[in-house]
Design a protein around this ligand. Structure first.
Ligand code: NAI
Length: 377
């Protein structure tokens, strides 16, 4: 298959998620990094893009310049990744979709539900791919869990418990750290801090594994560090469309938890447990039996779990490879080849509706509210 041209906006030098995208996009040799507007500072962005191997005339100072120049090139980029802070996702994603580019947007996809609905409609109308980087859903053992739930191996699902809690913003004096500051600034982060930053990964994972979307929720938000406007800890109870009970805890002040994304699914016949810090194992407990450990790469897993296992059994597999699985299926989809699941603009929209519902619920003392976007009610 011919190589696809890839461009990136944001993800500049020192950014958190930029390296995972570059590793992920280029892991399979399907994408070439052809263009970039990588930094809020135009000179830094141009310089860094060139050091990464982008040609000088495609190392752009900002995304508008990149859009104007790429639009008319015969070798224009096939896919653009948007990895800037949240408040810019909507206008960049919208502009590139309108110009006919495929987009991989970082989460949260937009700031408001109305913007999310606009992106979904635009992606549908233009026929362009708008994927959202819920990379955790592309771990092979997460796909294994999804397949087992779908096959009924757990029986009817009673409850799902998901956490994404870490302690990396526990220090109040971190307020001036540029990578922390925007996450609690409503102008740049939106209506929510930690729920929109990490909680939505856990919520997406729950609905992805269950194959069942969130219908209603009740939230309790807290800003535990003095001076923080947005929440740094949240507890969210939810119910899915089919009535499964959901519990979600997300926090940034949980000292002792590093990258505390984990999920447990409890069915009437069995339970499953997975944690992102040990992504190669799923713990399976059948009613009346003992706990079994299922290992990535071993015989008997689903074809999808095998396809997305990139290193042999017993070798560690990590986050950039999960992101690589997103890029692999983006390349397949763009090339018209068979592809697996891609987290979509619809997923991004559902997250925005859930974030806004959680904010409204938290302000109303945990009242139960509809968590679905209006267009999916
Ligand atoms: P960061 O603050 O570490 O880096 C942001 C980068 O974007 C910087 O290089 C900055 O110069 C650049 N930038 C800012 N405005 C820009 C503009 N207008 N044009 C071009 N570049 C611009 O932020 P981080 O943590 O990398 O987050 C970026 C996005 O990725 C956020 O939306 C965040 O929620 C998301 N994210 C997603 C993760 C995932 O697992 N899917 C993990 C971490 C972040």
């Amino acid at each position: 298959m011919s190589k696809l041209n890839w461009g990136m906006i944001g993800g500049g030098e020192g950014s958190q998620i930029g390296p995972a995208h570059r590793l992920g996009a280029q892991a399979d040799g399907r994408f070439v990094m052809a263009a970039g507007a990588l930094d809020a500072d135009p000179a830094r962005g141009r310089d860094y893009a060139q050091r990464l191997g982008v040609a000088a005339d495609r190392a752009y100072g900002d995304w508008r310049e990149m859009l104007a120049a790429e639009r008319d090139r015969p070798d224009r980029i096939d896919l653009v990744t948007v990895a800037t802070p949240n408040n810019t996702h909507f206008e960049i994603t919208k502009a590139f979709l309108e110009a006919g580019f495929h987009v991989l947007c970082e989460k949260p996809m937009t700031m408001t539900v109305a913007e999310g609905e606009e992106i979904v409609r635009l992606a549908r109308d233009t026929g362009r791919i708008c994927a959202v980087n819920y990379g955790y859903s592309a771990y092979p053992m997460v796909r294994q869990m999804k397949a087992m739930v779908a096959a009924g191996e757990l029986g009817a699902i009673r409850c799902v418990v998901a956490n994404f809690s870490h302690g990396h913003h526990a220090a109040g004096d971190d307020a001036d750290n540029p990578r922390v500051r925007w996450r609690y600034d409503p102008a740049q982060a939106g209506v929510s801090g930690q729920m929109a930053d990490c909680g939505i990964h856990a919520l997406h994972l729950a609905s992805f594994i269950l194959g069942d979307e969130v219908r209603t929720l009740s939230a309790d938000f807290a800003s535990t560090v003095p001076g923080r406007v947005l929440e740094d800890d949240a507890m969210v109870n939810f119910r899915t469309e089919s009535g499964t009970v959901g519990r979600l805890w997300t926090s940034t002040i949980a000292l002792g938890r590093q990258h505390g994304l984990d999920i447990q699914v409890f069915g009437e016949k069995a339970g499953l447990r997975w944690a992102s810090e040990q992504p190669n194992q799923v713990y399976l407990h059948r009613l009346g039996g003992r706990v079994e450990i299922m290992e990535k790469g071993e015989a008997g897993l689903t074809d999808e779990a095998q396809r997305l296992s990139r290193v042999p059994i017993a070798h560690p597999e990590g986050f950039p490879l999960a992101i690589a699985n997103i890029y692999l299926d983006l390349a397949n989809r763009i090339a018209g080849a068979p592809a697996g699941h891609l987290p979509s603009a619809e997923d991004g929209l559902r997250s925005m509706a859930a974030v806004h519902a959680a904010v409204a619920s938290a302000k109303a003392d945990g009242a139960w509210v509809d968590a679905r976007p209006p267009m999916f009610r």
